[in-house]
Design a protein around this ligand. Structure first.
Ligand SMILES: Nc1ncnc2c1ncn2[C@@H]1O[C@H](COP(=O)(O)OP(=O)(O)OP(=O)(O)O)[C@@H](O)[C@H]1O
Ligand SMILES: [Mg+2]
Length: 281
């Protein structure tokens, strides 16, 4: 068999796999719009109660990249956990595409800090996990995991276990695993908080790239001002005591964000304004 035949055959296999991936991946469908109305959260113990969130009103549009920025303890994770359906509001309402959120669902993918990968599964198995649960057939699963392994550039690590990966690699797998299910909404709670500065920048660029391709709605949490500006279309600043929304900012920067955008005068001005707001809260 000559080289040309091998390449043609491989190309054909790639094409078949790619078609399978398209066919197998449930279409993102719907719009991925999140509505939060009159939301209050009070944590009660036997002796005391703590008001974690007060009067939250927020709509996150379809395919929007919205970041919540705020100091430690202002209720960011509490809010995200309720959108994820992992926690219940004390009063008020959360809805996804008009349907009230009452628990977790496959249309909401989650990536939290601390790499929640299954240690007993390989990179590929971790990425395929949700698809397997949904009953997606083996060949189609393989096609989808191939697609994601390529995007996160871990082609030579598909059979590795999480303990053999660096922090950034693990976090890339966690993102791929969440996105392999084609969620309408991606919920991220300080996903890059534990990474070194360089890896963090690479991950931010990868995330923007994926967001542009997948057209997912992203709700991202951070307390890193530069990260918030670089990634988002809109930034919601929260304050503590009780957790509430202080102010919202549209990020008027080009949709294509290159690293140089950090020197853009709009970027610099917004950085200063956000830093001031957080300092005075
Ligand atoms: N299960 C709980 N029971 C009681 N209080 C809680 C509970 N979870 C969170 N809290 C309190 O609610 C407040 C908000 O917590 P939350 O984890 O949402 O903050 P955060 O903004 O995510 O902070 P960080 O930036 O440090 O992650 C904190 O004061 C915390 O002590
Ligand atoms: Mg938190």
């Amino acid at each position: 068999m000559n080289m040309a035949t091998v390449t043609a055959k491989e190309q054909l296999k790639e094409n078949v796999l790619a078609q399978n991936a398209e066919a197998a991946a449930p279409a993102a469908g719907g719009s991925g719009t999140i509505e939060i109305r009159d939301l209050h959260k009070v944590y009660r113990t036997r002796k005391s109660s703590f008001e974690a969130l007060r009067d939250i009103q927020l709509t996150i549009g379809s395919n929007e990249f919205l970041t919540i920025l705020g100091p430690s303890g202002c209720g960011k994770s509490t809010l995200l956990r309720m959108v994820a359906g992992l926690d219940e509001p004390s009063s008020g309402m959360l809805a996804l595409d008009g349907e009230e959120i009452v628990g977790p669902g496959a249309e909401r993918g989650m990536v939290f800090q601390g790499y929640t990968l299954f240690p007993w599964l390989t990179v590929r198995e971790n990425i395929e996990y949700g698809l397997k649960l949904q009953g997606v057939p083996t060949l189609a699963r393989r096609a989808i995991s191939n697609y994601w392994i390529k995007i996160i550039r871990l082609e030579s690590f598909d059979k590795s276990y999480p303990k053999q990966l660096s922090g950034g690699m693990k976090q890339r797998v966690a993102i791929a695993r969440a996105l392999a299910n084609r969620p309408k909404v991606l919920l991220m709670d300080e996903p890059f908080g534990a990474l070194d500065a360089q890896t963090k920048l690479e991950m931010q660029e990868m995330l923007l790239d994926v967001w542009q391709k997948e057209k997912t709605t992203v709700l991202f949490i951070t307390h890193d001002i530069d990260e918030a500006i670089f990634l988002s279309q809109r930034i919601v600043v929260m304050g503590a005591g009780p957790g509430r929304i202080l102010k919202q900012f549209e990020v008027n920067l080009p949709a294509e964000r290159s690293p140089e955008v950090r020197e853009h005068k709009e970027f610099v001005a917004l950085r200063r304004e956000l830093a001031d707001l957080l300092k005075h809260d």
